[in-house]
Design a protein around this ligand. Structure first.
Ligand code: FES
Ligand code: FES
Length: 232
């Protein structure tokens, strides 16, 4: 596709245009970070390296970008190092430690948050990619005095033991029911053309990205089933 065609199609689709802008911003930031850090490795530290390369090594400053996000309904502006994950931005910069860091490698689901209605692993995405996004963490779903129905169901059904995986489980469960409501099939859906149903098999499959090392799975399924039933 030519550059002109691309611009035209974006003009017709504001969402695509915003995505393109945000992608471009990320790429520029990443390239700048690489440029700033590369000379410090090896060559620039050699005694014979030119003064300009040594100066580059001295200027090992992170690339910082402004990011504006709506977090739990509140607009938040941040200056973030382009290498900062969304998980670290939430926990370390916005003081929202409810979202947990388990593996930090996309394997446990403890860091699940809801971004524009979709659940994602916040350890696998950079904060700079979420300029303009709306993010909901466990703190935004409810608090001990006004719990979200899913939080209340986890308490009622003992859907946790140590509780470390629980914020991710609850955020994932809330968004997962939205996926079923939207008719999105899963790997175990028998009929892809029929409306998705809430069965224990569907819940287990759809929640399989959220690991619970305490093994509270059967109670978690009970809690989600109860909330799904109350919505039906
Ligand atoms: Fe993100 Fe484990 S901490 S998936
Ligand atoms: Fe302990 Fe899930 S309740 S890891």
């Amino acid at each position: 596709m030519s550059r002109t065609e691309n611009t035209d199609s974006n003009a017709q689709d504001p969402g695509a245009s915003a995505l393109e802008l945000s992608r471009r911003k990320l790429l520029i930031g990443a390239a700048a970070t690489a440029a700033a850090s590369a000379p410090t490795k090896g060559y620039a530290q050699q005694p014979g390296a030119p003064a300009s390369a040594r100066a580059g090594a001295a200027a090992e400053t992170p690339t910082v970008v402004k990011v504006g996000m709506t977090v739990n309904g509140t607009p938040r502006d941040l200056d973030v190092d382009t290498r900062t994950t969304l998980l670290d931005a939430l926990r370390e910069r916005l003081s929202l430690p409810g979202t947990k860091k388990g593996c930090d490698h996309g394997q446990c689901g403890a860091c699940t948050v809801i971004v524009d209605g979709r659940r994602i692993n916040s350890c696998l995405t950079l904060a700079v990619m979420h300029d303009g996004d709306s993010i909901t963490t466990i703190e935004g779903l409810g608090d001990p005095r006004r719990m979200h129905p899913m939080q209340a169901a986890f308490v009622k059904h003992d859907g946790y033991q140590c509780g470390y995986c629980t914020p991710g489980q609850i955020c994932s469960a809330v968004a997962m029911l939205g996926e079923i409501e939207a008719g999105i099939p899963s790997h175990v859906s028998g009929d892809l053309t029929a409306a998705a149903t809430v069965s224990a098999d569907e819940i287990r499959e759809r929640m399989s990205g959220n690991i619970c090392r305490c093994g509270a799975y059967s109670n978690i399924v009970d809690a989600i089933t109860e909330v799904a039933g109350s919505k039906a």
